[in-house]
Structure formats: C-alpha cells, structure tokens
Design a protein around this ligand. Structure first.
Ligand SMILES: [Zn+2]
Ligand SMILES: [Zn+2]
Length: 212
C-alpha cells in the first residue's frame, strides 16, 4: 500500500497551505476594508455590522455559500493563469477549506468556551475587537496581518457589556466564571430595550465600541 507521503506530493501540500495563508490575508482585508471601512455600504458590510450590533446574529449559511462561490469565481481563473489548472485547484481548495474553518472558528468564539491557549487568545482578541476597539484586531484566526499592518492591540482585560456577554463567559449567577476572571470583566445591565438596540446599531455602523 502506498503511504500518504508518496500519494500526496509535497508540492501539492505546499500549494494547499499557500491557499490557506492567502485566505488569512483575505480574511483580514475583507474584515477591515469591505466590512468596517465601508460602514454598512454593501451586503458584506451590512451583514457584518449587524453582527456587531447583535453578537448573536450570524449571516445565514446561504450567504456564506454565496461568498465561497464568489471567492472561487474570483480566484480560480487568476490562479490558473499564473500557475496552471492543477495548482490553481489546489490553491483554491486550500483557500476555501481555510475559509470554512474560519467560519466555524468565528462562530465558536461567540458560542463555546475556549479549550486551548489558542482558543483563549482568539476569544480575547476577537471580543476586544467587538467591545473595545472595532477598528483593531481584524484577523480572527491569526494576528499576523494585524501586526504587519499596525492594527493589533494586546487585548488586555476585555470589558464586556452584560447584554452582549457570550453564554460561556458567565456562571449561573451572571458573574464571570472563575476560569476567565483574569481576562474579562462584565459591566452594565442585561436589558436590551428598543432604545438600546437602536443605540447598539448606531455604534456598530459607526465602528464605535458599544456603550457599557
Ligand atoms: Zn464576531
Ligand atoms: Zn468586525
């Protein structure tokens, strides 16, 4: 039986990994410019800033599938011209695969407690982006591009408005779980009245952190 090593050439692995790295740069660029800088102009920006106004809102799977298809349509012909059909398919597969991984990781940041040092970092960094500084820490899966382009903040202790606190952060009495007490403080009320919903939407579309 052929081993996996001989079945998959190193050049294929490298091309798939290059596609994955290209996705992380795309993730940074789209999040910073197409979503935040545009302040609600265009579907991607509107959907994303709606997620900032209400952190339980995630774009439906149909819109995500659409963006995966759009990415393929944009990347595949260019990559084919540069590197030929086979490399282009490998590169695009690495990019789309990493994009899907990012979608899962982003949702889990909001819905599930961390299980590793990386998971802890990813949550602190992304929740700092949400609640502290929406124009910082645009990379969700890595901080490499933020560091390169000067938009990285060390999250420090993240202050979370109680009405937006992820369920995994709080115990049954509404206090920050002991495990996370060094990383987060929760402030304000849990109430989301109509006035608050409006204010959160206004702040999100202005790239301002939500009031606590
Ligand atoms: Zn988010
Ligand atoms: Zn954002």
């Amino acid at each position: 039986m052929r081993s996996l090593r001989s079945a998959v050439p190193a050049s294929t692995v490298l091309t798939v990994v290059a596609g994955g790295v290209a996705w992380t740069a795309t993730e940074y660029g789209l999040h910073r410019f197409a979503m935040h800088t545009l302040r609600g102009r265009g579907l991607a920006s509107r959907e994303h800033l709606t997620h900032h106004a209400d952190v339980t809102y995630f774009s439906p799977a149909s819109k995500k599938a659409l963006s995966a298809v759009a990415t393929t349509i944009a990347v595949l012909p260019v990559a084919t011209m540069v590197a030929g059909r086979r490399r282009a398919v490998e590169f695009t597969a690495g990019m789309i695969g990493t994009y899907l991984g990012y979608e899962v990781a982003h949702r889990r940041i909001h819905t599930h407690a961390p299980r590793s040092a990386y998971g802890r970092w990813a949550r602190r960094s992304h929740l700092h982006h949400h609640f502290g500084a929406p124009m910082r820490n645009h990379g969700v899966t890595t901080n490499v591009w933020d560091r390169l382009f000067g938009s990285y903040d060390d999250p420090g202790v993240v202050t979370v408005p109680r009405r937006m606190a992820p369920v995994w952060l709080l115990d049954e009495h509404g206090a920050v779980r002991a495990d996370f007490a060094d990383d987060y403080v929760v402030r304000g009320s849990a109430d989301r009245s109509g006035v608050q919903v409006e204010a959160d939407r206004t702040d999100a579309f202005a790239n301002a952190a939500p009031a606590v």
